[in-house]
Design a protein around this ligand. Structure first.
Ligand SMILES: [Zn+2]
Length: 354
């Protein structure tokens, strides 16, 4: 599928395999064709990625701190990367929505990390941000491959173009940040934490751009991505995991919000896109409990936890939860409102700290 494990750089796709499998089983012949095509492209990444050297730092050019360096390419419906140059930094809109949404989304994500966390791009060393749009024909996915973001146009039937959701762009780039800071292994609980980190920061990128307080945010990942034909609002809901969609073709959102509903499965790298609902909901609870802008305190706690050397690649939910409480105490005082909000949130999703 879309991820490589036990390699320095994985490929992270936004669409979990269970949605594509459901589509391939229940869709019309056309929908099935697109889903199978997407699954087959996703599975070829294994060979593709393994045979490519890591080049992301090789083409670095010197730019000032906090300066964006975006380059958008178009694959023109081919599967060749990077494709042809479509828009460079500081150039006018192209009037192609996919190109301009990718450009703006990369910019909003860069600005979020720089302005909120003083982080200079994905690697904190000013990594230029590259993206390719119009990847493949009716390709129902978007991914971060360690060096660029790649967006399909969707089938136009069930999925819109994948540049449409800012939180999807924020989600994918956050995989780069996690890879740079913590290398959370993309399997089982550490993998679900890896996924959850991307949902948390993906949602925060959107909330920050819209200047939304925690109680006014939609807490959805992939809002706008599903067409009106689909019975659903997004790919995931952090506010109410398990309720994002319930559709005869896509199936039902399988995310749990509590440890008692933890899903044990060998699929999806051990349920990384499924059990991420539990830490996602814990973050939502912390943010809404503390009130105000979620990126200010809850986001800071999660970001500093991601950077904490005690966060190991194989960290599970409980150890992660303890770390967030410890970081909250370090940042805002022991036994303070923030540490208490963190402990309470974890308790509400079934993880009791002691
Ligand atoms: Zn992801």
């Amino acid at each position: 599928m879309c991820q490589l494990t036990r390699r320095p750089h994985s490929i992270y796709c936004i669409l979990p395999p269970h949605i594509l499998r459901s589509l391939a089983q229940n869709g019309t012949p056309g929908q099935r064709h697109n889903a199978l095509q997407t699954l087959s492209i996703d599975s070829t990444f294994r060979g593709l990625r393994a045979s490519q050297p890591v080049v992301r730092r090789a083409h670095r050019i010197a730019i000032a701190e906090g300066q964006k360096q975006r380059t958008i390419y178009t694959a023109n419906q081919s599967e060749t990367l990077p494709g042809t140059l479509a828009r460079a930094e500081d150039t006018q809109p192209s009037n192609d929505p996919a190109i301009d949404e990718a450009y703006d989304g990369l910019g909003a994500t860069f600005d979020f990390y720089w302005e909120v966390f003083d982080r200079n791009s994905i690697d904190d060393e000013g990594l230029p941000l590259d993206a390719t749009v119009h990847y493949g024909e009716n390709y129902d996915n978007a991914f971060w491959n360690g060096e660029r973001m790649v967006f399909g146009d969707g089938d136009g039937d069930l999925f819109n173009r994948f540049t449409v959701s800012l939180d999807v762009i924020g989600h994918e780039l956050a995989h780069g940040v996690t890879e740079d800071e913590a290398q959370l292994a993309y399997f089982s609980q550490s993998g679900a934490l890896n996924e959850s980190m991307s949902d948390v920061f993906g949602s925060l990128v959107k909330q920050y751009l819209l200047k939304q307080p925690a109680d006014q945010a939609d807490w959805l990942i992939g809002a706008g991505l599903l067409t009106t034909k689909v019975s659903g609002v997004a790919l995931r809901s952090m506010k109410a995991p398990g309720t994002a969609y319930d559709d005869p073709i896509l199936g039902k959102d399988p995310q749990p919000a509590h440890m008692r509903d933890f899903v044990s499965t060998s699929r999806d790298n051990g349920g990384v896109h499924i059990n991420s609902g539990i830490p996602n909901h814990a973050f939502y609870l912390v943010a809404t409990q503390l009130g105000g802008y979620a990126w200010e305190k809850a986001g800071r706690i999660w970001y500093e936890t991601l950077r904490d050397s005690r966060l190991r690649p194989n960290t599970g939910f409980k150890r992660f939860a303890r770390l967030t409480a410890s970081v909250a105490a370090r940042l805002y005082g022991s036994q303070g409102t923030e540490e208490k909000a963190v402990s309470d949130a974890w308790k509400q999703v079934g993880i009791v700290l002691n």
